[in-house]
Write a new protein. Structure first.
Lengths: 401, 525
């Protein structure tokens, strides 16, 4: 029996599609209506409310809490100020990515780590010889992601915290609808948005207040189908789709380093020690074996392929995430990588794809070919390497004037 | 007299801006002159009541040409279209018809009215899409003149003939019938439920002074099936910020290519020397010279106001004078303190598009009312409440309602002077809608009413026709706006036309603007 999040009574009542999936052992809504477009548009136009309770959450306390996290993740946690949140991957000894998540500094010696896969054992293994207390608080907090252009105005109606002065990737503890919550300006949508964590006993009250106040702000509960479209637009990688955790596979070919994932900026080699540092230092000197790139498919070319069958152009309104080959040539002889996820972006009016390719083909403006099957036949569709994120609105980081 | 510009575009409507964007993109030094203080022509958003933005005229987007979106990179410049996926049509007996975003729910809903219609609806849509796909190449081509095609025209006609032959007999026959039938007859062949027919008939009469029983309305329906959003033939969309947002996106694209755009710069006339357009004279007396002048205004303004009659051949003047405008619709825009409560509406998610078209007879009667002037006592209303999906239109918790009203005549003398006519017309609309949403009158903060006459005064649309000329078969393709002059050229050298009064016609398509620009770029001026 899958677990139910602290918001389940509310989400289940609204989930008319009964479209659920497993997320780390929890029931998680894929879409509330049969069609996800309203939810997608809410993220980019008004605001959407996602139940993100299944995220793994850990509290790390004690004199060596910062040292433990610094030892584990690639970013420099000593630079993380109280109230700040850092996005970071963490690696194994070979520099291969295990997972990514956020480190939040809640106090001088008090941190919270969020993760996509269970991480208690890895925290404990790395804590050898350190004075820390590690607690798995995954089930102790429900989480909501309130994402979209009107999210700040809506949330501000319900909390005393001054959201106008809360910078991107920072958090604040304050009440929402009278319930103690932890509000961070973070998300997985690449838009203005907040994540709100609350103990299960206050969860429904917070949900109800958001939904009630949300009527004036066009709030829309949203699920994983819409989320996957917006996270691709935002150029954010998804575990098990765009990369595989090195803990989950025996096969080197499936593993990847932060450099290969376009996360080189998170690797702080100046830090004296962290897991995987030596391997990553060598890789940096040598150059990564592959690179993650954003591709925009040439839809005129795709339209021509369909026209060859007398058909109008067909575009994927939901994301796909089964890898397809990427070639350097139209004849599909020179295979140079794989496209791991893609979608039609309604807001960009572009067909956007995240791909991993040989580094010599990763330069901006490079012309590549992505395999596309039309009516059971393979075609190579021209694509151009572009900057990621594909969609990056100023409001994501901006402070209100 | 030195030409300061390669091209001057008269009128900053969406087609004028499109034309300017393409010309500037090709390196032409281009100037757009707009009479009003805002750009967009009839594709405009204005804050009429403090905090409330109205899509004063046009209100939805569907027919925007995908090649224009791509070529001008409009998404980058602010185009952001949200699909309108549901519709709600209340009936006079308290029941309703709803259209949902998913096919299954819609079928179940139609089944309540007719089991057979539920099966037929997807097949009907399929056929309409097929025909829309079939005529799609026509929408994107410069109309050849079949009587004097020239080499290029012959090639176009040959390709067109081949394309039509390739459709298969059945589609071709359906297409021919659709071109000539009334929408009522067409729907009678398919459906039995009256409300299903009434709802389907809407797009056959919208913007046209014809009733559902009038021949030619089936084509108007097909015209509206040509809407494409994201590569799929789909329903209507809403531009974030209103249709003015589309014009702004096109204007941004034009400026990014170096075009200059001036508002509050009304053009008095086009300067013609020796049968050649050489520039424009503004109302303030300034003269600006250019190698090419393009008019985005409707054919009446383009040929009968901006230039003198002596510059044009007699038969051409006669053809333009015969071109039918006959505005048939008005607009009421409301600022609302809260959402209206529709007696028949159970699901609040349906508060997007609302159609007051309770029966086929209702629509025909609405037409009858206005056939001899005046307006429908109980008009057909095409309503959207964009503030339910777009927070930029109204303050939180407040709403704006855009009501397209049909039928209304240009002349309605029985109601007194123009102000009294406007009031009477507005009252008829509000009274009709209140029958279905009883709290309406209590929540109105502000109302803006536009009769066809107002549309003409405010936007320069002759007789208030929203398409710059009716979309009837005798005024389409190589006949739009006049036989022999459908290729965006005019009898005056270096004077061109790029408004909705040219092919492929009305609606926010950018089609005329783009095709006109491509023709201008072919000519050496």
């Amino acid at each position: 029996m899958p677990r139910r999040t602290p918001f389940h009574a509310r989400t289940a009542a609204l989930c008319t599609s009964q479209n659920w999936q497993d997320w780390s052992g929890y029931l998680s809504a894929n879409s509330y209506e049969l069609d996800h477009m309203r939810e997608y548009n809410a993220v980019r136009t008004t605001c959407a409310l996602f139940d993100i309770s299944p995220l793994f959450k850990y509290h790390v306390r004690g004199r060596d809490a910062g040292r433990l996290l610094d030892r584990m993740v690639t970013r420099d946690v000593s630079k993380c100020r109280v109230g700040q949140v850092m996005y970071t991957p963490w690696c194994d000894d070979d520099g291969k990515v295990i997972d990514d998540g956020t480190v939040a500094r809640l106090g001088e010696d008090f941190f919270r780590l969020t993760a996509a896969i269970p991480t208690l054992d890895w925290l404990q293994d790395n804590a050898f010889g350190l004075t820390v207390e590690i607690e798995d608080v995954t089930h102790d907090f429900g989480g909501l992601a309130l994402q979209g252009p009107t999210s700040r105005d809506l949330l501000q109606q319900l909390t005393g915290a001054d959201l106008g002065s809360l910078p991107y990737f920072h958090l604040v503890d304050d009440k929402v609808a009278g319930m103690p919550t932890r509000i961070s300006r973070t998300g997985y949508t690449g838009d203005l948005g907040y994540e709100i964590f609350v103990e299960p006993k206050g969860a429904e009250a917070v949900w109800d207040a958001l939904v009630e106040m949300g009527r004036a702000y066009n709030l829309q509960p949203a699920g994983n189908v819409a989320l996957d479209v917006v996270r691709i637009e935002a150029g954010l990688l998804l575990i098990d789709v765009d990369f595989v955790s090195s803990k989950k596979t025996f096969f080197e070919v499936q593993k990847s380093t932060p450099y290969e994932l376009g996360l080189g900026w998170t690797v702080k080699l100046r830090k004296k020690h962290f897991v995987g540092r030596e391997a990553l230092r060598r890789e940096k000197a040598r150059g990564a074996a592959s690179a993650t790139v954003g591709l925009v498919l040439d839809i005129l070319a795709l339209e021509k392929i369909y026209a060859g069958y007398g058909m109008p152009l067909q575009l994927p309104y939901t994301s796909w995430n089964v890898a397809v080959p990427v070639y350097a040539d139209e004849d599909q002889r020179n295979h140079i990588g794989k496209a791991t996820s893609g979608t039609w972006s309604p807001i960009l009016k572009q067909y956007v794809v995240i791909a991993r390719v040989k580094p010599q083909h990763a330069e901006l403006g490079s012309h590549l070919f992505v395999e596309k099957t039309v009516e059971g036949r393979r075609f190579a569709v021209p694509a151009e390497v572009v900057k990621m994120p594909f969609f990056d609105p100023a409001r994501k980081k901006e402070m209100p004037s | 007299m030195m030409a300061e510009y390669d091209a001057i575009v008269v009128g900053g409507g969406h087609n004028g801006l499109t034309c300017a964007a393409y010309l500037a993109r090709a390196g032409r030094k281009t100037l757009v002159l707009e009479r009003r203080h805002v750009l967009g022509g009839a594709a405009v958003t204005e804050e009429i009541h403090p905090g409330f933005k109205f899509t004063v005229c046009s209100y939805v987007v569907s027919l925007m040409r995908p090649e224009v979106i791509r070529e001008l990179e409009l998404a980058r410049h602010g185009l952001h279209i949200l699909p309108l996926q549901s519709a709600f049509a209340p009936m006079e007996n308290g029941d309703y018809l709803a259209i949902y975003p998913d096919e299954g729910s819609t079928r179940e809903e139609i089944r309540r009215h007719s089991k057979r219609d539920a099966d037929m609806a997807p097949k009907f849509n399929q056929l309409m899409y097929e025909m829309a796909f079939a005529v799609k190449p026509i929408v994107g081509m410069v109309p050849p003149d079949p009587s004097r095609p020239g080499l290029r025209g012959l090639r176009t006609l040959r390709d067109l003939g081949r394309h039509l032959q390739g459709l298969g007999r059945e589609t071709f026959h359906h297409l021919t019938k659709t071109m000539t039938m009334s929408v009522a007859d067409l729907l009678d062949e398919w459906f039995e439920s009256d409300i299903v027919k009434a709802y389907a008939a809407l797009n056959g009469i919208i913007g046209t002074k014809l009733g559902p029983q009038s021949p030619g309305t089936a084509y108007v329906l097909l015209h509206h099936y040509m809407g494409e959003l994201d590569g799929a033939f789909t329903a209507w969309g809403w531009q974030r910020g209103g249709t003015g947002g589309v014009s702004d996106a096109i204007a941004n694209a034009a400026r990014s290519h170096g075009a200059e755009i001036r508002c509050e710069a009304p053009v008095a006339r086009v300067l013609v020397r020796d049968g050649r357009a050489v520039g424009v004279a503004l109302e303030n007396g300034d003269e600006i010279y250019a190698k090419t002048v393009v008019s985005g205004c409707d054919p009446r303004v383009t040929f009968r106001k901006l230039v003198e009659e002596k510059e044009l051949p007699e038969d051409f003047v006669a053809a333009i004078d015969r071109f039918k405008f006959r505005g048939s619709s008005g607009k009421v825009n409301l600022a609302l303190d809260a959402l209206p409560r529709f007696t028949a509406m159970k699901d609040p998610a349906l508060m997007q598009m609302i159609e007051i078209c309770p029966s086929m007879d209702y629509l025909e009667r609405a037409y009858d009312d206005a056939s001899y002037g005046g307006f429908s006592k109980r008009p057909f209303l095409d309503i959207i409440i964009p503030s339910t999906i777009d927070p930029t239109m109204a303050p939180p918790g407040k709403h704006v309602m855009s009501i397209f009203v049909q039928y209304a005549s240009y002349d309605m003398p029985e109601y007194g002077n123009r102000d009294e006519q406007r009031d009477a017309f507005g009252n008829a609309v509000i009274d009709t809608l209140t029958e279905f949403a009883p709290n309406l009158k209590d929540i109105i903060l502000h109302r803006q009413v536009l009769t066809p006459w107002d549309l003409e005064q405010k936007f320069g649309l002759t007789e208030g026709n929203i398409f710059q000329g009716e979309l009837t078969l005798d005024q389409l393709f190589f006949l739009r706006p006049a036989p022999g002059w459908a290729d965006y050229r005019t009898p005056i050298r270096s004077y061109y036309q790029c408004g909705s009064g040219t092919h492929p016609g009305g609606g926010i398509t950018s089609g005329p603007g783009r095709l006109a620009a491509l023709e201008i770029l072919r000519d050496r001026n």
